[in-house]
Design a protein around this ligand. Sequence first.
Ligand SMILES: [Zn+2]
Ligand SMILES: [Zn+2]
Ligand SMILES: [Zn+2]
Length: 390
Amino acid sequence: MKLSDSFAELRALIRSHDIEPNAFDTLFIPEPYEPVDDELPSNGLKIKLSEVASRGGLFAHNNRQVLLYMQKHTRTGRFESAIKGVVEEQNKYHLCKCKHIKKEESENREGNYVITEDLSGTFFICGGKDAKTGVIPEGYAKLNVCKMCLEALNYKGYRDYALRKEIFQEFNLADFFCDYGALFNRITSRVAGNKYEEDYSKDWKKISLELRDRSKWECSECSVNFGKRSELLHVHHVNGVRRDNKGTNLRVLCVDCHKKQPNHAHLHLKHYDAKRINLLRRHQGLLDDVSWDNVKKYADTCVYGFLDLCKEMDLPAPQVAIVVDNVYFDLAWPDKSLGLVIDTEQGGLNGLRERSGWYATGLDKEFLALESFVKRLAGFLNLEGRGFEL
Ligand SMILES: [Zn+2]
Ligand SMILES: [Zn+2]
Ligand SMILES: [Zn+2]
């Protein structure tokens, strides 16, 4: 394993800066907060299919995640039925470039699509123009998520037939956006705006600080230790009631472990911060024994669908947070010098293969072909002496 070698450079960097190893995250320069000032209109924005941006196959607008759907329900009677909630008559909303969208693209159909960042699940729809009156009927309808999208992403293990029905029924847009937040620098205000500040008791800041001090700035779930005050360590209310500050209801959690608790879709963990936490975990030896039993505890939620598929195909568990030649791999198989990067814009990726012999593949690129990618990966991990063609 090359794990310890990978960090020699970073350790040397720490020594050269003459700082305490547990002040590891001072190596990072904080990123400025980007306020969202260009919200989409509340009824969405009409867009040509060929002009919709995507990140990892998920739809994007100005680096924020959005949904895609067709407002028009033109066939006779379809609009009226859609408003009444007849599921078969309703257009579905799409999360990513699923089979359906790819087919539309391949047939050059622009299809009157609209993008929206409204996560309420209720969508503005319209019908066809009435031939006599010229009126276009309009209204709001609760629409359902496209099942092909869930399958493309293997969302929550959707490819397992036994789980499908439940995953579909319990699908929640806010949770979904939270799960894939690492692919986007910014988050829609429709999620980010929910700060719930009024829900906390007046002395909450003091209680929270005291508790984190007492815990010596260590996460009670993954044991990552920040060594000093850090905005990446939170105090969580176990029962979800933010005024219930009795000791048994409070848990000190790093923001990654906190985000992975139920009902925490309001937490947006930037990939940059997830990386800071994982580098600390790696530095503190917490990632030395990652296996299929615990990989999800440390990996970003946006790779869960990928991990489930890898496990199902009996691939060896990847390592989390490996640095090679200053490139950060979110997941890696070090004995094959192969890994997956979420941040495909990080420096150092160009020429990495020539410098270190490592193959880096971007989630961005591979999301669209999750299954064929995992099959290719399986072939590579099980066979010796074959290059992993990217
Ligand atoms: Zn779809
Ligand atoms: Zn933690
Ligand atoms: Zn919480």
